[in-house]
Design a protein. Structure first.
Length: 451
């Protein structure tokens, strides 16, 4: 296949337009050894071939998605300026573009006056959310489900805040009974609600957690790093739709534009419903000179220097593909969900497989049938490796066996976890390619079982 390169013509044209804005400056002798540049770039190209084809529809493994050509072009163009969005002076245009892009993401969740900014990724964005929680609920417990991203436990350690994991139900959602047991201690300051868990794409029961919030008075932080954009999708289950419709009632939300937002790494986003939390970031820096009197992004961010290129790429992508229900951006999310639905149907109809749970988003988990969890794990790894030989790149994931014992009656359980197969159908093209994906998976499974 050919990597998309026609857009480079647009980049060259845009670079000429950008250059014209600085035509009045004296000339600078930009001495570049183009022969050396070319030599090293060819070496880079050779080394970069040692990658899985994350951009191709036959890659369905981890949460990796190629940036949109618009994001790629805008990011590259901005690097000729290389703005720093810590202060307006370091990124005059890109700082404004960041404010506009982040405001549009906030409106997607129903917030018109939120405070927010971009971050290097979901980890840093979640750290800021829990840092604010620790300031407002000092010393109190942070809780998240056992299926939540491990970063919350780590972040709590960094912030020196106590953390506790809450068991999940059989749908991989936070167990409400287990949560209320901990809430009754009066020690919980923040409940992290995951909208799209890393392993299963599961959605914690936000409406019920908000009801508990009224009773126990904790902060609700939404980790929607993976699943946040699906609020625009029109083909969610009823329970998922109810959760998304309640997002605006949370205290803070994290979403990652570098996942379903079509952006390069790293581009995360943190949003706070109450702009007053900006006062917690206040600092004096006598060694930093700001010529602008306006509020700059460095005053509402724990990170200092941040790439303006990320803001430029995000702004341009949202300009091209507005985040509205029924639009092209939303329809592509719906295709990913539909691909998951169709793959699920194929798995359920195949006597060689067992579905782990119905997908809420675009992540599907299943396992080959066998008499013991050890044998299931072994077969999963073999199918994973055999499929990769035919350029179908799946993922494997460890799943708690205690959540399977009631439904997997004929399986002998010997271990705490069983290794299963997983796909992240993040690209809208996965729907069109599903027939080919299934054909390779079918052959890989047949080969493994025939050994």
């Amino acid at each position: 296949m050919k990597l998309e390169s026609k857009s480079l013509e647009i980049l060259a044209e845009a670079l000429t337009r950008l250059e014209s804005g600085f035509a009045g400056l004296p000339e600078v002798n930009n001495s570049v050894d183009y022969a050396a540049l070319r030599r090293v770039m060819m070496e880079v190209a050779d080394k970069m071939q040692n990658n899985y084809p994350y951009f191709h529809p036959q890659y369905v493994g981890q949460m990796l998605k190629a940036p949109h050509p618009m994001a790629r072009l805008a990011y590259m163009l901005s690097l000729w300026i290389n703005p720093n969005n810590h202060a307006i002076d370091g990124g005059r245009a890109s700082s404004q573009m960041e404010k506009e892009a982040v405001a549009e993401i906030a409106r997607m969740f129903g917030w018109e006056k939120a405070l927010g900014h971009l971050a290097s990724g979901g980890t840093m964005a979640n750290l800021e959310a829990l840092w604010v929680s620790g300031k407002l609920q000092p010393g109190k417990l942070i809780v998240a489900s056992e299926m939540a991203h491990y970063t919350h436990n780590r972040i709590s350690e960094v912030l020196k805040l106590p953390f506790q994991s809450i068991a999940c139900d059989k749908q991989c959602r936070m167990d409400l009974k287990e949560l209320e047991k901990v809430l009754k201690t009066g020690q919980v300051g923040t409940v992290v609600v995951t909208i799209g868990t890393t392993a299963a794409g599961a959605i914690d029961p936000l409406p019920e957690i908000l009801t508990l919030q009224e009773k126990y008075g904790f902060r609700v932080h939404i980790d929607a790093a993976y699943g946040g954009y699906f609020t625009l999708a029109g083909n969610l289950s009823q329970s998922a739709r109810l959760a998304y419709d309640k997002l605006k009632l949370a205290d803070s939300i994290v979403v990652d534009p570098h996942k379903h937002g079509l952006q390069p790494y790293g581009c995360g986003c943190i949003l706070f419903k109450d702009p007053a939390v900006g006062a917690l970031y206040k600092h004096d820096s006598p060694y930093t000179y700001f010529s602008s009197q306006e509020l700059h992004l460095g005053e509402i961010s724990l990170e200092c220097s941040r790439p303006g290129a990320s803001a430029v790429a995000l702004w341009a992508t949202q300009k091209l593909l507005p985040m509205v229900k029924g639009g092209e951006f939303a329809r592509n999310l719906e295709k990913s969900k539909e691909a998951a639905v169709q793959l699920t149907a194929k798995i359920k109809a195949d006597a060689r497989f067992r579905l782990i749970l119905e997908p809420e988003l675009d992540i599907v988990m299943w396992a080959p049938l066998a008499g013991s969890d050890s044998r299931i794990s072994e077969l999963s790894r073999q199918i994973f490796e055999r499929a990769a030989e035919d350029d179908l790149h799946l993922a494997i994931v460890k799943f708690p066996t205690r959540l399977l014992k009631d439904s997997w009656k004929n399986v002998r359980f010997e271990n705490e976890y069983v290794t299963c197969l997983r796909t992240c159908l993040m690209q809208p093209e996965h729907l069109e390619w599903l027939g080919r994906i299934w054909a390779i998976l079918d052959k890989a499974t047949a080969d493994v079982l025939a050994r």
